[in-house]
Design a protein around this ligand. Structure first.
Ligand SMILES: [Zn+2]
Length: 272
């Protein structure tokens, strides 16, 4: 059983210094899309998918003009598909995809694995299918599920796990993979917990964006990131509460759990 940490898309927003990149004020910064590939008892499990091959071939359709203008597009060698091949693994062995949420930079790789079952919280699936607000019409791209994925929708009523509630496990998959509801960034956003030896990994998706947020109460998140995550949260109070809960988890269980989010370069580098 092995867990691979991969960057499945590099996003390059303008004014990089404002998002914490060590560049000039007017240079583009660097954010990554931290994904996991788990060699499980039931084939490969992919946790989040980056932007995918669609973004390389047709960025406007898969990412939208606004996103590509401010963040850039995809690079083929960084897609989950090519990353898995580079590991010497077969993309056709991806049996399960677990997504923290269905924003375009997390769901974009779904069409590259059409045979996989896509596990997602039912509230997130509903939000992405309904696309009720203009923000949701931008962040959720119908191209990412136009092929009709085999959805597995998880909802409330699961177990407790380290103080978190309604936690659902992927049935029949070893090591354990859990979907941990942390709604706020989107209507059904979740973290994904993965048993790794005698420890857990907790992929927090976009529950927070800057590594110090999980460690220090009132940590100064770079201003560009602070504005971005506030603007993108459908429920800011819930988002702030989630960060508090993550901070408690890091404080109380640092010997049992490694915590990281989707876009922080420092956190990915720690797994090199
Ligand atoms: Zn994201």
């Amino acid at each position: 059983m092995k867990v691979h940490h991969l960057n499945c898309a590099t996003l390059c927003p303008y004014a990089g210094r404002l998002i914490g990149s060590d560049v000039g004020l007017f240079d583009r910064g660097r954010m990554i899309c931290h994904c996991l590939v788990i060699e499980s008892s039931d084939g490969l499990v992919l946790v989040d998918t980056g932007v995918g091959m669609g973004a390389v071939r047709d960025a406007n359709r898969h990412l939208g003009r606004l996103f590509t203008t401010f963040m850039g597009g995809g690079v083929e060698s960084e897609t989950a598909l090519r990353r898995i091949e580079a590991l010497g693994l077969s993309p056709s062995d991806v049996r399960h995809i677990v997504v923290t949420h269905l924003d375009l930079d997390h769901a974009g790789g779904i069409p590259d694995f059409p045979a996989a079952t896509v596990h997602v919280h039912a509230d997130e699936h509903r939000a992405a299918m309904e696309r009720r607000t203009s923000n949701e019409r931008r962040r959720y791209r119908t191209a990412h599920w136009a092929h009709g994925p085999n959805w597995d929708l998880l909802s409330a009523g699961g177990d407790r796990w380290l103080g978190f509630e309604s936690v659902r496990a992927l049935p029949g998959v070893e090591p354990e993979v859990l979907l941990v509801p942390l709604h706020g960034h989107t209507r059904g956003h979740c973290a994904v917990a993965v048993r790794s030896g005698d420890r857990w990994l907790l992929h927090c998706g976009d529950a927070y964006f800057w590594h110090e947020e999980k460690l220090i109460e009132g940590a100064r998140c770079p201003i560009g990131l602070a504005i971005f995550q506030s603007a993108m949260a459908v429920d800011r109070k819930a988002r702030d509460h989630n960060v508090e809960r993550i901070r408690e988890l890091v404080r109380d269980h640092s010997s049992d759990v490694s915590v990281f989010c989707a876009h922080d370069t420092h956190e990915l580098a720690a797994f090199d």
